[in-house]
Design a protein around this ligand. Structure first.
Ligand SMILES: N[C@@H](CCC(=O)N[C@@H](CS)C(=O)NCC(=O)O)C(=O)O
Length: 258
């Protein structure tokens, strides 16, 4: 089993946590041409979007983190990540969907400032404030779903915990974590103690420490992918110039095809 991934990708982290919880061994590979979005790059042969994660199982290449964890749940059913009850399953999937769309977009936008230095002065301040506000809103929504439970999905760690793990952990890394001592902060501590999650977070920490090289993106070659919720968040938050400058300087791109 091979997993094309990047340790900073929240989608890849979700997949790694699920595979590790299930005891599935895999080899991690960072695609050579990752981040270029080049349609002629070898990685495009396994995912036209040029995105990680991609799971290679024999001759099969499976892309999109949700499709991969659906596949993993069916191929290696135990331990189950989804509960049995149809409504509980729907609730877990809704949490995953919110994390993959709205939450990831805010985290990604904050990364544009912190790691890729796409804005300065008052624009940077505006965007940072928007990220802090939206993170708090989404974390409050998550905290409501968690209530007084240990895990999002019920009595044991599962699908929604794996989906929310990398998102909340990234907020913590950015200094935008849940209030200390709150149920969501305690949940973050609880998941961080699980070996599958701890290993995944260690890989994140290692890659985050190396992010000084992120300046590469400013000079072209590699291009940050503005798509769907990410694009909307940046524009809605006042960063339309960030998008325009990135496209002009060819260090931002839209998604496939294009
Ligand atoms: N819907 C996809 C999204 C995956 C995605 O956006 N991956 C990002 C990393 S977080 C990526 O590989 N981007 C390619 C690039 O930046 O060139 C999934 O759930 O797997």
């Amino acid at each position: 089993m091979i997993l094309y991934e990047h340790p900073l990708s929240s989608y890849a982290q979700k997949v790694k946590i699920v595979l590790r919880e299930k005891g599935v061994a895999f080899q991690r590979i960072l695609p050579e041409d990752f981040g270029t979005g080049r349609g002629d790059a070898p990685f495009a042969a396994v995912n036209p979007r040029g995105e990680v994660p991609v799971l290679i199982d024999g001759d099969a290449a499976i892309f999109d983190s949700t499709v991969i964890i659906e596949y993993a749940e069916e191929r290696w059913p135990l331990p189950a990540m989804l509960p049995r009850d149809p409504l509980a399953r729907a609730r877990a999937r809704m949490i995953e969907d919110i994390c993959d769309t709205h939450y990831e977009a805010v985290n990604w936008g904050f990364g544009e400032l912190r790691w890729f230095r796409r804005a300065s002065g008052s624009l940077e301040a505006t965007l940072r404030a928007a990220a802090a506000r939206d993170t708090a809103t989404i974390q409050a929504w998550l905290a409501d779903r968690l209530g007084g439970a240990d895990w999002f999905g019920g009595p044991s760690f599962g699908w929604a915990d794996a989906a929310a793990a990398a998102m909340v952990n990234r907020s913590v890394h950015y200094g935008l974590g849940p209030p200390p001592g709150s149920p969501l902060a305690r949940w973050h501590a609880r998941i961080s103690a699980r070996p599958a999650v701890a290993e995944t977070f260690r890989e994140f920490d290692g890659a985050a420490a190396a992010m000084a090289a992120a300046a590469d993106y400013r000079t072209g070659g590699r291009r940050r992918e503005y798509r769907d919720h990410r694009l909307e968040w940046m524009i809605r938050s006042g960063g339309i110039d960030v998008v325009r400058d990135g496209l002009r300087d060819d260090n931002s791109r839209f998604s496939w095809p294009g």
